[in-house]
Unconditional design. Structure first.
Length: 332
């Protein structure tokens, strides 16, 4: 069972821990630096926790500690190295170390949340991978690509946390314990049903395929509790907390399970979120106003770039593939 942990993006110790880790990796033999690190770690327990977390993520990224070879003794007959050449090498080494540090910070900033969520998760999927799992109580969970869940089962409750992505739940109703799903302030309590929960970058929504759920959302502008029945959907704007209630056909709910996206009145940003989970690279949107435009359509996830083009080009948008791993979506 995965433990609950704070969000790294809101943890000031996390940024400091990354900075210390970079310094140590750049100068592993610096005794003074090690002493300074030890003092920082001893100041607060949160410092030590954040640093251990950073080390774990570094390990997940496949980092191998550098091997320090023994210095061989220079024989009297060996010529001393040219001082100018040594200075050039030293400057070049410093430039390379700085560039490597900048690249590492960028990688950690982009991938660290996903890596840490996978570390927490009981079940997860990679980009372009979907998966179906049967839980200990007989409930079945289908995970969309790049998604993760953590289980918190006890004697009296069955709680699931959607850490990222999207999941479709078919709940075993013979178990008397309450079944609920938490996702960024939203709690969906099952009352005998199957339902889909989508945690996107701009919105959070739940759609009921069959049965009834009770949805609780903290901090929203609308009612704190909403009951949804078959064919109903509740969407929360993650920026404003505004909630919107609507209808959704069972055939379009979790259409990703059959390799497609079916949307009606969704924003381009929401469609891009869906496609991102199936693209082995980065998708950037350069125009927020264009991303907020609403569209309707059916898009094939087998070719994510083609799906993006089908979604935005009818609205004068443009999809530019910069590299095999970077796609830019821009408005007119």
């Amino acid at each position: 069972m995965a433990p609950s942990t704070p969000d790294n993006s809101n943890d000031p110790a996390w940024d400091e821990a990354l900075d210390w880790l970079l310094k140590v990796k750049a100068a592993p033999g610096d005794a003074g630096l090690q002493a300074d690190l030890a003092r920082w770690l001893s100041q607060r327990e949160t410092h030590a926790t954040a640093y251990r977390r950073a080390e774990r993520i570094w390990g997940l990224m496949g980092e191998v500690p550098p091997h320090t070879a023994r210095r061989r003794h220079q024989s009297p007959t060996e010529a001393k190295p040219d001082s100018k050449a040594m200075a050039r090498r030293s400057r070049w080494s410093g430039v390379v170390s700085l560039a490597a540090s900048i690249v590492l910070v960028c990688i950690l900033a982009f991938y660290a949340p996903t890596l840490w969520q996978s570390f927490q998760a009981d079940y997860s999927t990679a980009v372009a991978e979907t998966r179906q799992v049967t839980l200990s109580d007989g409930s079945v969970v289908s995970l969309n690509a790049n998604s993760a869940i953590a289980l918190h089962y006890s004697k009296h409750r069955r709680d699931v946390t959607l850490l990222r992505g999207e999941a479709f739940f078919v709940v075993a109703d013979r178990d008397p314990r309450q079944f609920s799903v938490q996702a960024d302030g939203m709690t969906v309590v099952d009352l005998g049903t199957s339902f889909n929960v989508n945690l996107g970058s701009t919105s959070l929504d739940v759609a009921v395929h069959s049965g009834v759920v009770e949805v609780h959302y903290k901090g929203g502008a609308g009612p704190g509790s909403t009951r949804l029945t078959t064919g109903e959907q509740l969407m929360v704007d993650r920026a404003t907390g505004q909630t919107t209630r609507g209808v959704s056909s069972p055939s379009s709910m979790a259409a990703w399970r059959t390799g497609s996206i079916i949307v009606r009145g969704a924003t381009i940003a929401q469609v891009v979120d869906q496609v991102r989970r199936h693209y082995r690279g980065i998708v950037l949107v350069t125009d927020d106003r264009f991303a907020a435009r609403k569209i309707t359509g059916i898009y094939d996830l087998a070719d994510p770039v083609a799906a993006l083009r089908a979604a935005v080009e009818p609205h004068a948008g443009k999809v530019t593939r910069i590299t095999p791993f970077l796609v830019v979506v821009s408005g007119p």
